[in-house]
Design a protein around this ligand. Structure first.
Ligand SMILES: [Zn+2]
Length: 165
């Protein structure tokens, strides 16, 4: 059971992420995340922004042992990118970097996961699809807006937990 986004593109020369409009902090909505994917040559880079509430069931700084252990479990899980995304194997993508930041807003009390990652894809012309595996593991995730950018394409794809196949 997973949600898949399709790239439908052949990568030749692609615009760089730097050329994208400056990143604006996304509007925080419980259960709803934003995934930005940019494909540039062999490099696929991404940024997932997700309310922590959807992943942990709470978004305040952990106080109890149970909450502390839930957060450390999530952080450990984020170290394994294969648990979050699955790219079609023909593209021969290997993870290059991941970075996790938990962004807590002291004023509003809302918190987000900011997760950035990149892959190097040896056969990037074969990039076809990317499975979003976290929908299954985290039922609190209801919807993800995917912003896909390449030189040929700039698209918005809405993925929802009801799309699980
Ligand atoms: Zn919140």
């Amino acid at each position: 059971m997973k949600t898949i986004i399709f790239f439908f593109l052949i990568t030749v020369s692609l615009i760089s992420i730097a050329q994208k409009s400056p990143h604006s902090h996304q509007h925080h909505q419980h259960g709803k995340g934003v995934l930005e994917i940019a494909i540039e040559g062999k490099t696929l880079s991404g940024r997932l922004e997700m309310p922590l509430e959807a992943l942990l069931g709470f978004e305040h700084a952990p106080k109890t042992n149970k909450e502390k252990s839930a957060q450390s479990k999530l952080e450990t899980r984020l170290g394994t990118i294969e648990a979050w995304f699955e790219i079609n194997s023909e593209a021969q993508c290997s993870p290059k970097s991941t970075h996790t930041k938990l962004d807590r807003d002291a004023k509003t009390k809302h918190s987000d996961l900011l997760y950035t990652f990149s892959y190097s894809c040896a056969n990037h012309g074969a990039l076809k699809e990317m499975g979003l595996l976290f929908f299954k593991e985290y039922p609190g995730v209801k919807e993800v807006k995917v912003e896909l950018v390449s030189s040929k394409d700039q698209r918005l794809i809405m993925c929802s937990s009801s799309d699980l196949i």
